[in-house]
Design a protein around this ligand. Sequence first.
Ligand code: PEP
Length: 243
Amino acid sequence: MKLLIANWKMNKNFDDGLKVIKTIRKKIKNNSNKKYIILPPLQSTLHIKNNLIKNDVIFGSQDCSQFKNGAYTGDISAQMIKKIGCKYILIGHSERRTIFNETDEVLKRKIKRALEQKLKVIFCVGESLTQYKQGNSIKFIIKQLTKVLDNNINFKQIILAYEPIWAIGTNVTPRMEEIDYIHLKIKETMKKKYNILKIPVLYGGSVKAVNSSDIFSLKNVDGGLIGGASLIASEFCKIYDTL
Ligand code: PEP
């Protein structure tokens, strides 16, 4: 199963979002080989869901609280996210790690909250430009994985996304062989550390219709996490066609 995830970040009001999803829905369909999942800003999701003729679009959230419920102003719990019909939660995006200072401990708790609600987790890892230049990408990524994931996790609920920070929103990507190699190393780590033989690993970072078929044809890449290009329905559909 190949996956394409649209991370809209803090873009699009509920009315714009609905328009984009209506266009996407007309052009592309999920099937048993591939599916797309949309992560709108959460306040739009219910509106969009309620205004679609058919309930056939899969939604997820870009984040969830590390807490179950209570006095946590501004936070939204995994249970609330589940209640509005989301099936997925993105955890550990580099923007959450760097701008909101989310630590490994926080991410661990967020994953726990999401799994308690039987939501699937898309867990992001990826190195900075400095780490890449120093040849430390793999070492750093393995640390990100092993600091957060433990053997008690139900790995059937986990999807991994490799997103080099320096490729996000920059129009640059690693070379194709580098992308494939890192995905392979991530899979090998999952096997060695957790005895997980099969886990989807998606690539994210400046994926567009012009480079998506090269990226998706790589042996170890199981799909994509798309930021900027997922805001334009036609572009997102073209990317989906190459999956
Ligand atoms: C992202 O932020 O997850 C992302 C992949 O962004 P972009 O596609 O814009 O590089």
